[in-house]
Design a protein around this ligand. Structure first.
Ligand code: ZN
Ligand code: ZN
Length: 340
């Protein structure tokens, strides 16, 4: 049934795809919840009923090269630069701390040819990215953040650190690689995470959370070795309280994206209500809604959808029903209090 649904979706025109998603969301009573047996009174620091995590995949041009969509990766990087101050402003306004899962290379002010040669590189693969020749680092301009602002972002990282709200800086690998067991040998994963830790040290940042690039998943042993404590993962359920994987790391389920496909033509009110539904159901089911976005998101979403949604979430926090925080914060709470 699931396979048929996926097949059907693939051949539908984009508007109808949006309609199908709307109908299935309603009929199947989505979002789906992963149930657990944890005492609801212990799940959140101040006895809140549910939680909200927001994470941003902060990556600039690194994410979009090799993409099969042929996105203009430099343009994406530039949009991200323009959006970050606006995003921080709206998060400040509603006092919403989030996790910026940041590509390690963005911490650098500059780099020279050969600077990353010590790192072992991923072999070629044609999967969700088309990387079939050359080197994963071929796009690196070996320049600096003033001349090649799409590849470095020390100024933006400082802006995040200096903002009124206490955001988390997590990792998104050093060069936005596929971290799956299939495409990434452990020694490559090890060097990528090591490189991230080295550059983050210069900012006194301890990396504790990871978002896998491109929805990949793997090399958990390496993450554990480098003291990463929690990661975001897509599952067949959308709402869940964090749980442990086989290795012992905490997993926070991805509920969905804050930036919907605007080609669906959904009205603004529907987009906002759909997001509110995640928060409402997280509260009802004592779970967490974890919504994510790319900082290169469309201005329409940033201006029209995110502010009313954040206002709603903060009103739920105001009445004590909703905990809001970054990934590492709930992980610390769980570990400190031995919740699971
Ligand atoms: Zn470089
Ligand atoms: Zn990414």
């Amino acid at each position: 049934m699931k396979r048929q649904y996926k097949k059907l979706r693939k051949y539908l025109p984009v508007k109808q795809k949006g309609n199908l998603s709307r109908v299935s969301h309603f009929v199947l009573n989505k979002p789906f919840v992963k149930r657990d047996n944890i005492d609801p009174k212990k799940k959140f620091p101040n006895n809140e009923k549910g939680g909200l995590i927001i994470s941003a995949d902060f990556e600039m041009a690194w994410a979009w090269r090799y993409t099969k969509t042929n996105a203009d990766y430099l343009q994406k990087g530039r949009i991200e630069r323009e959006n970050i101050p606006k995003i921080l402003r709206v998060l400040d306004e509603y006092n919403i701390p989030i996790t910026f899962a940041t590509v390690g290379h963005l911490f650098l002010e500059n780099c020279e040819r050969g600077a990353h040669d010590w790192m072992r590189k991923i072999p070629h693969f044609d999967d969700h990215w088309k990387f079939t020749k050359g080197d994963w680092y071929d796009h690196d301009p070996y320049s600096n953040y003033k001349d090649a602002p799409e590849w470095y972002a020390p100024d933006l990282i400082h802006m995040i650190l200096d903002s009124k709200v206490d955001h988390e800086i997590g990792t998104h690998t050093f060069s936005h690689i596929d971290l799956s067991y299939k495409n990434c040998p452990p020694d490559v994963a090890d060097d990528e995470i090591k490189a991230c830790i080295m550059v983050a040290n210069n900012y006194d940042i301890k990396l504790e959370s990871i978002v896998f690039p491109g929805g990949t998943w793997g090399n958990i042993e390496t993450l554990e070795k480098h003291k990463i404590i929690i990661y975001r993962k897509r599952n067949e359920f959308e709402l869940a309280y964090p749980y442990r994987d086989d290795i012992g790391l905490l997993v926070t389920t991805s509920s969905g994206s804050l930036e919907y496909d605007l080609n669906y033509g959904w009205p603004k009110e529907y987009l906002i209500n759909r997001l509110k539904k995640y928060v409402d159901k997280a509260i009802r089911s004592n779970t967490i809604a974890h919504l994510w976005f790319h900082p290169s998101l469309e201005p329409f979403i940033l201006e029209n959808i995110i502010p009313p949604f954040l206002e709603y979430a903060s009103s739920k926090r105001e009445i004590g029903e909703l905990w809001i925080g970054p990934m590492n914060s709930i992980a610390h709470y769980i570990n400190r209090n031995k919740i699971i």
